[in-house]
Design a protein around this ligand. Structure first.
Ligand code: ITT
Length: 200
């Protein structure tokens, strides 16, 4: 029986779908929107973990005393040849209010002259939790891959069509939702979060 509820401090519907898939068997998962929390969050941290904490702290006052767990995900793609860019700015790489396609085109252009062998990248996900007793926790999952020369695959979201996972040789977007969720940066961070929650 699911006895605990997790409220997700995200406005990203794609992330929410993946997190529900990963956690939904054990927890009741609701997005902040689904429980009526409408708060502007300014992500001005300098690391994935700092930004995840900023997000989760923003919703904590709304669920205080309710025995629910607050969770946030800050994630992005850190490309070796671009000194870690887009990194924590992954969502707005091509500017404010851009599409995933805009970001992918900017990344392809930035990588146009980078030869094979120097196209390594890490997909990173930091999860932050605030527990009902107010304690905070963060954990990080990382997956290594390379940046493709062109888009491939139709599943997933964001940079998935450009990120070729080292361990599978396929882009996240080619792998399909189930296979991506089995090995992704997000699922690795979630596994750490689950292990922490299991100790409580
Ligand atoms: P919230 O802050 O509301 O959660 P966001 O999309 O702004 O949503 P981030 O600041 O963490 O979230 O930015 C994450 C960006 O990194 C996301 O918009 C995608 O462009 C990219 N990203 C993260 N995880 C990804 C994944 O699994 N597949 C593809 N792209 C991903």
């Amino acid at each position: 029986m699911k006895t605990k509820t997790i409220i997700l401090a995200t406005g990203n519907a794609n992330k929410a779908v993946e997190l529900k898939e990963m956690l939904g068997n054990d927890y009741t998962i609701k997005t902040m929107k689904e429980v009526g929390i409408d708060v502007d969050i300014v992500e001005d941290g300098t690391t994935y973990e700092e930004n995840a904490l900023i997000k989760v702290r923003a919703i904590a006052p709304y669920i205080k005393g309710s025995n629910r767990i607050a969770m946030a995900d800050d994630s992005g793609l850190s490309v070796d040849a671009l000194e870690g860019a887009p990194g924590i700015y992954s969502a707005r790489y091509a500017g404010e209010h851009v599409t995933y396609a805009d970001n992918n085109q900017k990344l392809l252009a930035a990588m146009a002259e980078i030869p094979d062998g120097q196209r390594g990248a890490s997909f990173v996900c930091a999860i932050a939790l605030i527990l009902p007793d107010g304690t905070e926790w963060t954990g990080r999952g990382t997956v290594r891959g390379t940046i493709a020369h062109e888009l491939s695959g139709t599943d997933g979201f964001g940079y998935d069509p450009l990120f070729i996972v080292n361990s599978t040789g396929k882009s996240y977007a080619q792998m399909g939702e189930k296979a991506k969720n089995a090995i992704s940066h997000r699922s690795r961070a979630v596994a750490l979060a689950k292990a922490h929650l299991d100790t409580l």
